[in-house]
Design a binder for this molecule. Structure first.
Ligand code: FPP
Ligand code: MG
Length: 331
C-alpha cells in the first residue's frame, strides 16, 4: 500500500520543527488510546494512514518563531488541531461515502458508518480534552470553537451548492475559505498567540495562513482534475462525481466551447463514470486549469507578502518553503 502525502515528506519541509513533529506523532497515538479497543484500533489506523500534518506544523512553526515558545505548553494544542482535522475527515468520508483516503481504506469502509461517526465524535472530544486545563487563554478556546463552527457551516454551504452550475469566483472562494483556509489561518494565528507574539504579528500570521490555505485548496481542486489516482490517493474526478463544482470547472463552464455538455454532466446526480471522464476531458482542454493555477499563485504571492517581518531566520525560511511546497505539490 502506498501512503500519500506522508509525514516524512512534510518533515523535510518542516525540518526546523522536526523534534516537535516527532513528539506530535507520539502525542497523537497516546490521545487515541482508548479503553474501547475498537477506537484504539481505528485511531492507530488513522495515525498510520499518514497525512501531511500541515495544520499542526504551521501552528508549531508560528509558535516556535516566537521568543516565548515553550514546547511543553504548545504541544497539546498542536495535537488538538490535528485531531479536529482527523475527526472532520472521518465524518466527511461518511457524508461522502468515500472508500479510500490517503491511499488507505476509510474508517466507514472498514468499520461501517455508525462506528465511524462515533469514533469521529470521540476524537473530536479528545481534541478539546487535550486543551482543557492546559492554561491556554480564553481567546485560544474561542478560536478553536470558531474553527469548528466554520468547518460545519462550510460543509453545509457546500452541500447546498452540490450539482448546481450557478457558481462564481466569490462564492467558490467563500466555500473554500470556510472548509480549508480559515483552518490554516487559525493554526498560524494560534501559534503566534501561544508563543506570545504581538497582536500585529498574530494578525500577519493569520493573513499568511489564510493565503496559503486558499492556495492549498485551489491546488487540491486542481489535482482532482489533473491528478492521477495512484498519486493523490483517491479517485480523480471525485469532486465532479460528488457534485462539488470547483474553480477549474467554474472557469470551463464560462469559457469552454463544450460548456453546455459540461453543465449537463456536473448538474446530473446520476452521472456515470464515462460522463465524469468526459467532464474531466472538457475541463482539461479548457483554460480552467491555467486559471486555477494563476489564482493559486496569486495567493502564494500574497502569503509571501503578508508574512510578518518579525518572523525571521529559520522560521521565515520554513514558512516560505511551505508556500513553495503548496504551489508545487502533486498529491
Ligand atoms: C474535506 O474536504 C472535509 C473538510 C475540510 C471538512 C469537513 C467538515 C465536517 C464534516 C464537519 C466538521 C466535523 C467535526 C467533527 C469537526 P473535501 O471533501 O473537499 O476533501 P476530500 O476530497 O479530501 O474529502
Ligand atoms: Mg470529502
Amino acid at each position: 500500500m502506498q501512503i500519500m502525502g506522508t509525514f516524512q515528506e512534510a518533515k523535510d519541509i518542516f525540518h526546523w520543527i522536526a523534534p516537535e513533529l516527532e513528539h506530535l506523532e507520539k502525542t497523537l497515538c497516546e490521545a487515541l488510546a482508548s479503553p474501547a479497543p475498537l477506537i484504539s484500533e481505528i485511531g492507530t489506523h488513522l495515525v498510520r494512514s499518514g497525512g501531511k500534518r500541515l495544520r499542526p506544523a504551521l501552528y508549531l512553526l508560528a509558535a516556535k518563531s516566537c521568543e516565548g515558545f515553550d514546547a511543553k505548553k504548545a504541544m497539546p494544542l498542536a495535537a488538538a488541531v490535528e485531531l479536529i482535522h482527523m475527526a472532520s475527515l472521518v465524518h466527511d468520508d461518511v457524508i461522502d461515502h468515500a472508500q479510500t483516503r490517503r491511499g488507505a481504506a476509510t474508517a466507514n469502509a472498514k468499520w461501517g458508518n455508525q462506528v465511524a461517526v462515533l469514533t469521529g465524535d470521540y476524537i473530536f472530544a479528545q481534541a478539546f480534552s487535550m486543551v482543557s486545563r492546559k492554561g491556554y487563554t480564553e481567546e485560544v478556546g474561542e478560536r478553536l470553537a470558531a474553527l469548528v463552527q466554520g468547518l460545519c457551516a462550510g460543509e453545509i454551504l457546500q452541500d447546498s451548492a452540490l450539482y448546481t452550475a450557478a457558481h462564481d469566483l466569490e462564492e467558490y472562494e467563500q466555500r473554500i475559505a470556510m472548509k480549508t483556509a480559515d483552518f490554516l489561518s487559525i493554526c498560524c494565528e494560534l501559534g503566534g498567540m501561544v508563543g506570545g507574539a504581538s497582536p500585529e504579528t498574530c494578525a500577519g500570521l493569520k493573513a499568511y495562513g489564510k493565503a496559503i490555505g486558499m492556495a492549498f485548496q485551489i491546488t487540491d481542486d486542481l489535482l482532482d482534475v489533473t491528478g492521477d489516482e495512484g498519486r493523490i490517493g483517491k479517485p480523480a474526478g471525485n469532486d465532479i462525481r460528488q457534485g462539488v463544482v470547483t474553480l477549474p470547472v467554474i472557469r470551463a463552464l464560462e469559457t469552454s466551447p463544450d460548456r453546455d455538455e459540461l453543465r449537463g454532466i456536473v448538474t446530473n446526480r446520476e452521472m456515470t463514470d464515462e460522463m465524469v471522464a468526459r467532464a474531466i476531458e472538457i475541463v482539461r482542454a479548457s483554460d480552467g486549469v491555467a486559471a486555477a493555477r494563476v489564482r493559486a499563485d496569486e495567493y502564494l504571492e500574497e502569503a509571501r507578502r503578508v508574512l510578518p517581518e518579525t518572523v525571521g531566520g529559520e522560521a521565515r525560511e520554513a514558512f516560505l518553503e511551505a508556500a513553495a511546497y503548496i504551489g508545487q505539490r502533486d498529491f
